[in-house]
Design a protein around this ligand. Structure first.
Ligand SMILES: Nc1ncnc2c1ncn2[C@@H]1O[C@H](COP(=O)(O)OP(=O)(O)OP(=O)(O)O)[C@@H](O)[C@H]1O
Length: 776
């Protein structure tokens, strides 16, 4: 047996020893869990026997309430610790399968021997020996593993910097309690393990990367001093992965004061939410809250408007690219996405404090209660410096009072008497009981009858007027639609005459209760600023993935919603695919924060795709030289020219078959638009086992999928078949980033078809970087 084999055996023995310790702990918890369950059942059963119930007088009643509370607290305490224990059980289950992935031997300065530190997804403490047999990967000492090679090394412990020497750095793949591979590594975390991990087939869901986090990524995970962290890096360099590990790290570091629901991730679309949903549970943590910006807008405006989605906007812009008026529309969309527009809304709001607010009069059954003029008059009777929301609070109270008075008079109206006549028997009986309870019946029956009628009339009117009252409380009497229309009347000095056309389109949409994607955020902003901005102070960390796709306006908006949150923003300017995103999106963002509290991290190595694919895709960009591929072999991307649709489809079917036989489980046929995806799906579905993924609400699934460019964003596939890379599809300069984005979705294989002329971006890739084929 050579030394390495001996080492391996020793390591396996340690794993076995650890497994038996874990088993022991699991047994103890198991018994505890069983016991707790019994306790809960017992308490539930005897709940009312164990509380002293006595309502004789106030003191007794209070005692009874206290007794019930005590019993309920006991129950929830047991249930809480039951949940804690079952959570622990799940973690031990994972540790039993794979207790750790790394080891470092670290000799602290002034110590004689090195400590062996084993790193796993959670700590494991042995009470018998008072030893940590596994350290959580997020513990301060674990940073040594990610940041240092052999030799001098240090880490920041709670008590200060600890210096020393790293004697050994080892990596393992352990599955089912058996060591499958083991490597000793040097400066960076071993390429062997990375090769192995990255070479695997894509998953329908993103995986955690704890075992192979790279030094530059570790910075993203552990740096927590700033208020805004901007992470920029090429496609596939691990921005999303690092962000999710950062969430896990924050949950560990601030476990006493932070819980998962106080962290919010903005995803590019709803499908992406399902794609990343597994990473944190895999690490034994609860998932953070997830949303999309669109969902936020829908939540606030969706009941009043039909709101264009980003996907629909993109679809519209892509299909009108060659029309007259496109440039004008584009200028409008960009202006509405800018901080200048936000500033002009602020100015408009300031002017509304003095004049021009638009209100709707309050009517009931066609009769006026308070006219729009009266509301305006009352609104402007307040001090000019009083904010609009504060004034509206007073206006609302005033209107409600007027409605109350109106309500009293209304009881005598004819329609009330009519309804009284046809009143439902059950309502009648209910009211009778109510009046009896209030002891409002006298012995005088004549009076009773009158009273009964009065009460019933009051009920009828109150019920009929309630929806109106609710609307008033929701400030529906403020005509935000008209205010937004008036705002659009003002020609911004940045825009000139073409603005009239833009405003005209928006106003026509509004008239039909439609809101374009470009108008949705400004509209909501105006509404919120008028009615009183709804902020969320609970959220402490906001993460924004694919942040290059947000407009400066949207960033400013989000900042207002979460005034107490720290931000982690991840993006790649080369992947901004929306017309509203400016070239320098992150500069606009930085303006919202104190420059001393901003941290910037750049990632340059790309891990997703093989080296030949990265070499190909980086040449699609004007400034792609800085992108460094991780050294993973693979075949060259292939560009195939075809001369008919039939030929194209036949080839795609053949290629998808080859990929399937290769063992690939995630194969994407990426089209440019949703409508193209639908057509292609219709053509292929009878001949290929293929799914259409054109709706962002569906969860991402394995198999061969036809998917539009926009939805493929942020996710990855074993192989990508690009439906049509001709100049007709991707010819304009504005298509460059979209084209780069779709090509970078491929992990192992990239096949591009061209029906017509090859697009100019492929044209700029050096000859040796891809294979060329002709068909037909
Ligand atoms: N340190 C790492 N160890 C193992 N795999 C990694 C590492 N970093 C990144 N990866 C893998 O690389 C792929 C790309 O990562 P990720 O999706 O996080 O990149 P991204 O920068 O968000 O990409 P994009 O901008 O294209 O959406 C994923 O499969 C991820 O698991």
């Amino acid at each position: 047996m050579d030394t390495w084999e001996k080492e391996w055996l020793d390591e396996q023995q340690r794993v076995d020893h650890l497994s038996s310790k874990i088993n022991k702990k699991m047994n103890t918890i198991d018994q505890l869990l069983g016991g707790k369950k019994g306790e809960v059942v017992e308490i539930r059963k005897n709940f009312w026997e164990d509380v002293t119930v006595n309502f004789e007088d106030a003191a007794e009643a209070a005692e009874t309430a206290a007794s019930i509370r005590q019993q309920a607290e006991l129950l929830s305490e047991i249930e809480r610790s039951h949940q804690g224990a079952s959570q622990q059980m799940k973690t031990y289950e994972k540790l039993k399968n794979s207790p750790y992935f790394g080891r470092i031997d670290f000799k602290e300065e002034n110590e004689t021997a090195a400590d062996n530190i084993y790193l796993g997804i959670a700590s494991f403490y042995d009470e018998e020996t008072n030893d940590f047999l596994i350290y959580d990967w997020r513990a301060p000492i674990s940073s040594l593993y990610y940041d240092h090679g052999l030799g001098t090394a240090s880490y920041t412990a709670p008590g200060g910097e600890v210096e020393g020497e790293m004697k050994l750095k080892r990596q393992y793949i352990i599955r089912g309690g058996k060591i499958k591979s083991m490597f000793d590594t040097g400066v960076t975390i071993g390429d062997e393990l990375l090769q192995e991990v990255l070479g695997n087939e894509a998953n329908a869901q993103m995986k955690s990367i704890v075992a192979t986090i790279q030094k530059e990524q570790n910075e993203i995970i552990r740096k927590t001093s700033g208020e805004l962290m901007i992470v920029q890096g090429a496609a596939g360099c691990g921005k999303t992965s690092a962000a999710l590990q950062r969430v896990a790290y924050l949950l560990y570091k601030y476990r006493e004061s932070l819980n998962a629901s106080e962290i919010l991730l903005f995803s590019p679309n709803a499908m992406f939410n399902t794609y990343v949903a597994n990473v944190l549970p895999e690490l034994g943590e609860e998932n953070m809250a997830q949303t999309t910006f669109q969902a936020y807008i829908e939540h606030h405006l969706g009941s009043d408007f039909d709101i264009e989605t980003p996907l629909q906007q993109m679809e519209h812009m892509l299909s009108t690219q060659n029309n007259d008026g496109y440039e004008n529309e584009l200028a409008g969309v960009r202006y509405k996405a800018s901080l200048s527009f936000l500033e002009s809304i602020e100015q408009y709001l300031e002017s509304l404090k003095k004049s021009d607010m638009v209100f709707r009069g309050i009517h009931f059954r066609g009769r006026p209660i308070v006219s729009a003029e009266e509301i305006t008059h009352y609104f402007y009777s307040f001090d000019e410096n009083m904010s609009i929301p504060n004034r509206l609070k007073l206006v609302t109270e005033w209107i409600q009072k007027a409605v109350r008075e109106f309500e009293k008079k209304e009881r005598k109206e004819e329609w009330v008497k009519e309804q009284l006549h046809y009143l439902d028997e059950s309502v009648y009986t209910k009211l009778y009981h109510k009046l009896r309870k209030k002891k409002q019946y006298s012995k005088d029956t004549f009076n009773d009858l009158n009273r009964e009628e009065e009460e019933l009339s009051a009920v009828i009117v109150r019920k009929a007027i309630k929806p109106l009252r609710n609307k008033i409380q929701q400030l529906r009497y403020v005509n935000v639609k008209a205010l937004y229309r008036n705002l659009l009347e003002k020609v911004p000095h940045e825009m000139g005459d073409e603005w009239h056309n833009i405003a005209h389109h928006s106003k026509a949409d509004l008239a039909e209760n439609k809101l374009s994607y470009a108008d949705a955020t400004p509209f909501l902003f105006l509404k919120e600023r008028i009615e009183g901005f709804q902020t969320n102070t609970m959220v402490k960390h906001v993460f924004i993935d694919e942040a290059q796709d947000y407009s400066p306006f949207q960033f400013a908006f989000i900042k207002r919603i979460f005034p107490r949150a720290r931000w982690t923003v991840l993006g790649d300017l080369n992947q901004s695919i929306y017309v509203h995103s400016p070239e320098n999106a992150f500069d606009h963002l930085s303006q919202l924060f104190d420059s001393r509290k901003i941290e910037r991290v750049r990632l340059s190595r790309s891990y997703r795709s093989t080296k030949p694919i990265v070499e190909f895709t980086k040449h699609l960009l004007k400034d792609g030289e800085g992108i460094i591929p991780f050294n993973r072999d693979g075949t060259l991307p292939c560009v195939t020219r075809v001369y008919s649709k039939d030929q194209l489809h036949e080839d795609i079917i053949g290629k998808a078959g080859v990929y399937e036989r290769n063992g690939y489980q995630n194969i994407a046929i990426i089209c440019k638009t949703v409508s193209e995806s639908q057509q292609v799906y219709e053509e292929l579905k009878g001949k290929l086992r293929v799914k259409l993924m054109a709706d962002e609400e569906v969860a991402y699934e394995k198999g061969i999928v036809v998917i539009p460019s926009y939805l493929a964003k942020g996710i990855e596939f074993d192989a990508v078949i690009l439906y049509d890379a001709s100049i007709q599809s991707y010819g304009a300069e504005s298509d460059r980033k979209l084209f780069y984005t779709v090509c970078t979705r491929a992990m192992h294989d990239l096949q591009l078809y061209v029906l017509g002329e090859i697009n100019p971006f492929i044209g700029s890739v050096p000859e040796g970087c891809y294979l060329k084929e002709e068909r037909g």
